[in-house]
Design a protein around this ligand. Structure first.
Ligand SMILES: C[S@@+](CC[C@H](N)C(=O)[O-])C[C@H]1O[C@@H](n2cnc3c(N)ncnc32)[C@H](O)[C@@H]1O
Length: 253
């Protein structure tokens, strides 16, 4: 279950990709903007700061996340919606933005193709997607998940779907040649391994945790923590670097 309080604990780390994505398109004129999978509004806030006069709409499925978004940005229109379904009835937009959202869809190609249908001429599709499969933390979860293989049967149907940068390029370049892609490793500084576990609890662990009872959750988390301890070494000052790989795309129709 998405939990705004746990998610926002790492606000500084989670907001930076949206700021960097907005920086890439700063100065362009947009009248209507859609933030898909807006969560607690952390991705919407940089849009509001940059395009003060635009009509901005945030969509998300989670009640809990949207409540926080409405408190953060009372002037923005936030709507509860399952964005795995076509959004064509939302009208046309100049910018369709999404940060750390698309990986939760199982029909990403349909979502991207529908987004291009909803873009005005020269409109922009801008997205950041975590490349989680390429990070040691992903293996730490997969290893621990083996203990509960019966509980995690068919987890793929609830889990995020991971594509490579090359696969995203092949999907997006069907709709435009005007594509810019880049990948950034955000080297988050963490005080202890438990902080990495907390970071993962706000997102990647959600599909797993909801299948376990309280005791099983404890065992699962302890096991992941052990794996994190052997995968991320302490720096000279005792802190940890937690590199988080993120894929960015800006594509103009
Ligand atoms: C990692 S959060 C990103 C939130 C926000 N964009 C940000 O940058 O902080 C992913 C969000 O996607 C939402 N989400 C997942 N599946 C969804 C769906 N089918 N329709 C709408 N929102 C969905 C979740 O509720 C969650 O708020």
């Amino acid at each position: 279950m998405w939990n705004s309080e746990i998610y926002n604990r790492f606000g500084k780390e989670r907001i930076q990709p949206s700021i960097d994505l907005v920086n890439r398109i700063r100065g362009k004129r947009f009248n209507r903007i859609l933030d898909v999978g807006c969560g607690t509004g952390m991705s919407t806030a940089p849009l509001v700061s940059e395009w003060k006069d635009a009509e901005i709409i945030g969509l998300d499925l989670s009640d809990n996340m949207l409540k926080a978004a409405k408190e953060l940005l009372p002037s923005v229109k936030f709507i509860q919606k399952d964005c795995s379904q076509p959004l064509l009835n939302m009208g046309m937009f100049d910018l369709i933005f999404s940060n750390a959202f698309i990986q939760w869809l199982h029909n990403q190609e349909d979502f991207i193709s529908n987004s291009f249908l909803m873009l005005n001429k020269e409109g922009i599709f801008a997205s950041q997607i975590p490349l989680f499969e390429e990070m040691p933390a992903y293996n730490c979860i997969l290893e621990a998940a083996k203990i509960f293989s019966d509980k995690f049967k068919n987890i793929e149907k609830d889990n995020f779907v991971l594509h490579s940068a090359s696969e995203y390029y092949d999907i997006i370049s069907k709709f435009t040649d005007n594509v810019e892609i880049w990948i950034t490793d955000y080297c988050h500084q963490m005080d202890r391994h438990k902080n990495i576990l907390e970071f993962l609890s706000g997102t990647a662990l959600i599909p797993y945790m909801k299948r376990l009872d309280e005791d099983e959750q404890k065992l699962f988390l302890n096991n992941i923590l052990d794996n994190l301890e052997s995968s991320y070494r302490c720096q000279a000052n005792g802190k940890l670097l937690f590199p988080f790989k993120r894929f960015f795309v800006v594509a103009q129709k």
